[in-house]
Design a protein around this ligand. Structure first.
Ligand code: SF4
Length: 372
């Protein structure tokens, strides 16, 4: 290991080693870039869709979603014309559904106000719904070869290790330092390739735990490696314990149809369909909670029958235990009171609608109970 290597600390301004770091990384990327579908047909549209899908999501998960999405919506015009329900159905299971909603809204904005063309600058791109500084930098550099920097989780990890940044990257001051550093490193001639190489290194070599330092093209520049601090950087904030909620849901039957409702557009998981329900109150029985929630959400009275099943699910910011009950319609007209829409549908039609992950976990229970 580089015993002669100096301790490297972050300084504002251009690092004198930037050209060597760039060259080492680009050379490594030429021989190690993964063959990914969005790299085969690079256009502003494919760069945009893939970058949005890759936010907070692993490449391995994104590939199938990306392929299905591009098959259904190969152009921004087709995406703009689609129903939001169709977009969310393709997004089902990918999580962070505001990305899908924003993508749809953004496609309509691009077709209406930009003649179907994505803007080619970081500033212009940031005016499009759902495109923040990071995604704008990625699209501007990858699709338009603009010397814009990027800072996603992978890049942050590489920078914190190479430059031995010991403050929390979530703090604003550190985040600003990291942006300066990313700006100072980005390759002016091949910015897109350089940014992709940084992300690729973070995803495949400089991994969160046990990075593959012997295979790393930046080893000789890396402060963390020199001080054997690879597994200590970036410093992590202590994770707050996720809150837990007890949720109830009613599978409400009226003749041979089941009631579903659409979550409010601006709510968490907005635009997705679900079985009516919500949080159980303290000291309330499960059955009373189901009857109350269904009434509050859709206005109908029901008879709550036996429990179908219990499922658990962890979303990004909270966990739930969902208790689902089979119920029978009694009276009233179902209306969108605490939701955006209600529908009575035949059970086999459930697959046409996009449901949140916890509701999807109820489907095997419905199958076992002979409902599907
Ligand atoms: S040497 Fe190790 S810690 Fe440093 S950048 Fe490379 S993989 Fe990451």
């Amino acid at each position: 290991m580089g015993s002669k290597q100096k301790s490297v600390h972050y300084k504002c301004g251009r690092d004198a080693r930037a050209p060597s770091i760039q060259n080492s990384l680009l050379k490594w990327f030429s021989g190690n870039a993964r063959d990914l579908p969005w790299r085969r047909n690079r256009t502003p549209y494919t760069a945009w869709i893939s970058e949005i899908m890759l936010q907070q999501t692993q490449v391995a998960t994104v590939i199938d979603y990306y392929n299905r999405f591009m098959k259904r919506f190969p152009t921004v015009e087709l995406l703009a014309k689609a129903r939001l329900d169709s977009v969310l159905k393709l997004w089902e299971g990918l999580g962070y559904y505001s990305r899908g909603r924003n993508l749809h809204k953004a496609a309509q904005t691009i077709v209406r106000d930009y003649d179907g063309q994505l803007p080619d600058t970081v500033e212009g791109l940031q005016k499009i719904p759902g495109i923040g500084r990071y995604t704008a930098g990625a699209i501007a550099s990858i699709a338009f070869n603009k010397p814009a920097s990027i800072l996603d989780g992978n890049v942050i990890r590489v920078l914190c290790r190479v430059f031995r940044i010991k403050s929390n990257p979530k703090d604003t001051a550190t985040r600003n330092q990291l942006w300066h550093l990313a700006d100072s490193l980005v390759h002016t001639k091949y910015p897109g390739r350089f940014n992709e190489a940084m992300m690729e290194l973070g995803a495949t070599v400089c991994t969160p735990s046990n990075p593959l330092c012997p295979a790393c093209p930046l080893q000789k520049y890396c402060g963390a490696f020199a001080h054997n601090e690879q597994n200590k950087l970036p410093v992590k904030q202590k994770q707050a314990k996720l809150p837990h909620y007890t949720i109830v849901a009613g599978i409400v039957y009226k003749d041979d149809k089941i009631l579903i409702d659409k979550r409010r557009q601006n709510a968490l998981l907005g635009g997705l369909w679900e079985f009516p329900g919500g949080k159980k109150l303290k000291n309330e029985s499960f059955k009373a909670a189901v009857a109350r929630e269904v009434k509050e959400e859709t206005g109908i009275e029901i008879e709550v029958g036996k429990r179908l099943c219990i499922v658990r699910h962890a979303y990004s910011h909270f966990k739930i235990t969902l208790h689902a009950y089979l119920c029978r319609y009694q009276s009233g007209i179902a209306q969108p009171i605490g939701c955006d829409a209600v529908k009575w549908i035949l059970p086999h039609g459930l697959k046409k609608y996009a449901f949140p992950a916890a509701n999807l976990k109820l489907m095997p229970c419905l199958k076992s109970a002979g409902v599907l």
